[in-house]
Design a protein around this ligand. Structure first.
Ligand SMILES: *Cc1c(COP(=O)(O)O)cnc(C)c1O
Length: 756
């Protein structure tokens, strides 16, 4: 049990969080007791901390419901343009505290729980993280939902309700072990299942020519997509948007017709196969693993979501009596679809399939609508992360979509050929289909061709995407023109907690993360083992004593980031320039009072612009320097031979200093650093070490004000990195919607009147 607060601590908490109305407190207490009794079916003698958490969650949830229904009614009445954020990941973390803050309930709940003799922080700790993401990409999606609701946009997040999110990481004997993340075990009070809105999704089958033109996709296998809705409250504006996550359900007759009566049991057991689609999140960050189940997941979310989008478009209050609406001419004016990386790229051929095969629009019209509706955010240029699906997988799983992609590609290549006659190499480079064994579909090319706007996640990254993509000819040929919104698009996660001086040195896994992409899981785990082994030596060295500790944080996740980021003094952003698309941890640290030691990469470039380069510790190669090194050829051994500190470190790793029981444990790692390190980390070593000396000097010496001044200048210039600001920019430059400062009337006031 956590220690109850002293009266002094209570007064401090109240002075920070404000004073609750007595009526609010009484209402929370009575609602809490009612839920403990009727919902949890417990009394105070047998209730556990988890029961108390659920009672509080239900109490807070009750305050969401009226606003949620009102918001959706309001959208129906006003029929604003809808924004759909499609993502295979939503890394939401915990919901309770964020909901209390956004609804203005935190003070009342604090006081009520205190008066009930309970510790609200202990209850909050009972909540499982919704870990439906790997890292930055999924957390960005979560921050964007929050900001879209805060800005009053009629927005929806669409994704998959994974039964198992990102694995729980255990460290045993210094090695990583993965455990299943059974986050739904105790139930999820924030979601509402909507079996009545279940939709079919088709797989496999074959394509059949229709008499009189057109094609049909027939003999498919059907899986049902069951929606689960989660409320997304804006900050104190009574807006509650919806995140709709799909769960796979086998149809009642799944496989039954294939079997005799005797195979009934087998057929029921096989339902698991169908339902495996939404079983588990692939734990790949910045890495493409071309598994068929993952392709199924990507189509599953896209197919269910597009049906939902089109149903909502057609059933709009104005659409019903507007014949134009049924013609789809207004579709791009009423619908914006944002693709979070290429993972939901199938939205492009799927929308084409619906418009051409089902709605019977002609190709050119359908293509114009598709391009004007969709836009795409690129998250990386690292080749091992790019989705390149084998054509044979499409042939089997999505035969109709393959033909559509061939048709898109044919027109695409015709346009290039007309613009650049005889440039065969350009056709090969820009084709959606890559020749080879096997032939592959380049999903990034598909997204670029099928979108009216493409953006990177930071200015430098957007510039790099523009150069590598080489798609700029579109400004002349694309039906919707070509928009390259300037980068400057960031995520900021609101992190809460107290500032404290750190007594430990946190390991930095960025070196490790850059290596994951080369040698995947074996290498990643070896790096973790190296970090924990080095930690073991340092932490038990009597000469070091308490001056330095190296701690590997087990099971890093949103709720742990919320604690550790506000507590940090120094943020290390040490990617080789040109390899980190943006980074988002950098911004969270800046906003929370840490200084940055970093390379000029990703969003760190813009942090230096905003705060002034003199207020960050910048080291290492710039992108142009990296290009120079590439031209000359990178030789890790040259650095190893020339820099004694580096040589000593590498030798110690190599000769078993950190792992005497098995001295050659890290030999693959050392081999890679010396002989095939694509990230050229030794080239930044000398500059990094001398920059760390500057950091130490400023942190230790006589003038503590100098450090604090730098911190304040950083915090004061971090405003650009708010996801609210980012979403404003998306709204105006990509989606063509206006942020609204309308506050929807709360449930205890009379309903609004429709304007028309
Ligand atoms: C922000 C965040 C990330 C992404 O951090 P980067 O610095 O962008 O890699 C990953 N995990 C968690 C829990 C986060 O909050």
């Amino acid at each position: 049990m956590a220690v109850p607060l002293t009266d002094q601590e209570r007064r401090k908490q109240i002075s920070v969080r404000g004073i609750a109305g007595l009526g609010d407190v009484a209402e929370v207490k009575s609602s809490f007791n009612r839920h403990l009794h009727f919902t949890l079916v417990k009394d105070r003698n047998v209730a556990t901390p988890r029961d108390y958490y659920f009672a509080l969650a239900h109490t807070v949830r009750d305050h969401l419901v009226g606003r949620w229904i009102r918001t959706q009614q309001y959208y129906y009445e006003k029929d604003p343009k809808r924004v759909y954020y499609l993502s295979l990941e939503f890394y939401m973390g915990r919901t309770l505290q964020n909901t209390m803050i956004n609804l203005g309930l935190q003070t009342a709940c604090d006081e009520a729980i205190y008066q009930l003799g309970l510790d609200i922080e202990e209850l909050e700790e009972m909540e499982e993280d919704a870990g439906l993401g790997n890292g930055g990409l999924g957390r960005l999606a979560a921050c964007f939902l929050d900001s879209m609701a805060t800005l009053g946009l009629a927005a929806y997040g669409y994704g998959i309700r994974y039964e198992f999110g990102i694995f729980n990481q255990k460290i045993r004997n210094g090695w990583q072990l993965e455990e299943a993340d059974d986050w739904l075990r105790y139930g999820n009070p924030w979601e509402k299942a909507r079996p009545e809105y279940m939709l079919p999704v088709h797989f496999y089958g074959r394509v059949e020519k229709r008499e009189g033109g057109g094609v049909d996709w027939v003999d498919t296998q059907v899986i049902l997509a069951m929606p689960y809705d989660t409320p997304v409250p804006g900050y104190r504006n009574n807006t509650v948007n919806t995140m709709r996550l799909w769960s796979a359900k086998a149809p009642d007759d799944f496989k039954l017709h294939n079997f005799n009566v005797g195979d009934y049991i087998e057929a029921v057991l096989d339902r698991n196969l169908a339902e495996n689609i939404s079983r588990v999140l692939y734990p790949n960050d910045n890495f493409f693993e071309g598994k068929e189940l993952r392709l199924k997941q990507e189509y599953f979310v896209v197919a269910a979501t597009l049906q939902d989008i089109i149903r909502r478009f057609k059933s709009s209050k104005f659409g019903c009596r507007d014949p134009v609406r049924t013609s789809f001419d207004t579709f791009p004016k009423k619908v914006a679809i944002q693709l979070n990386d290429t993972h939901p790229a199938l939205a492009i051929p799927e929308l084409m399939r619906i418009l051409v095969d089902v709605e019977k629009l002609d190709w050119e019209k359908a293509w114009d609508i598709t391009c004007r509706t969709c836009s795409y955010t690129n998250h990386t240029v690292l080749p091992e992360a790019l989705e390149r699906w084998p054509v044979y997988m499409f042939e089997k799983l999505l035969p109709r979509h393959l033909l559509i992609i061939y048709d898109i590609n044919q027109r695409h290549l015709d346009r290039i050929a007309a613009l650049f006659p005889g440039d065969v190499d350009r056709l090969r480079r820009m084709s959606l289909i890559e020749e080879g064994d096997p032939k592959r579909i380049n999903m990034a090319h598909l997204c670029v061709v099928g979108s009216h706007a493409v953006n990177g996640v930071a200015q430098i990254h957007t510039d790099i995407v523009k150069e590598t993509c080489n798609f700029c000819y579109f400004s002349q040929t694309h039906p919707a023109g070509w928009i390259w919104p300037p980068g400057r698009l960031f995520d900021t996660c609101v992190v809460v907690g107290e500032h404290a001086a750190v007594a430990v040195a946190l390991d930095d896994v960025t070196w490790g993360l850059s290596l994951i992409q080369v040698l995947c899981y074996h290498m990643a785990k070896l790096i973790i083992k190296l970090i924990t082994s080095v930690g073991h030596v340092i932490n038990n060295d009597p000469a070091v004593g308490n001056r330095l500790k190296l701690i590997y944080l087990e099971n890093y996740r949103v709720s742990l980031a919320e604690r550790v980021i506000p507590a940090a003094d120094l943020s290390e952003q040490i990617s080789t320039a040109g390899t980190e698309a943006s980074g988002t941890g950098n911004m969270k640290f800046m906003l929370n009072g840490a200084l940055t030691i970093g390379t000029m990469d990703g969003a760190t470039v813009e942090m230096a612009q905003e705060a002034g380069e003199e207020n960050l510790f910048i080291f290492g190669m710039r992108v142009s320097d990296v290009e120079e090194v590439d031209k000359k050829g990178y030789d890790a051994r040259e650095f190893y031979e020339r820099l004694p500190e580096l040589k000593l470190a590498v030798d110690q790793i190599q000769n078993g200093f950190f792992n005497p029981e098995k001295p050659d444990l890290f030999k693959d790692l050392v081999d890679m650093l010396l002989n095939h390190d694509r990230f050229k980390v030794f080239a930044d070593f000398e500059s990094y070490v001398s920059c760390q000396d500057r950091v130490s000097l400023l942190f230790q010496v006589k003038n503590p004000r100098a450090w604090t001044q730098m911190v304040i200048r950083n915090i004061a210039s971090s405003g650009k990195f708010s996801s609210d600001r980012t979403i404003r920019q998306y709204a105006t430059e990509i989606w063509g919607v206006e942020p609204s400062d309308v506050t929807i009337p709360p449930p205890n006031e009379p309903p609004f009147k429709a304007q028309d």
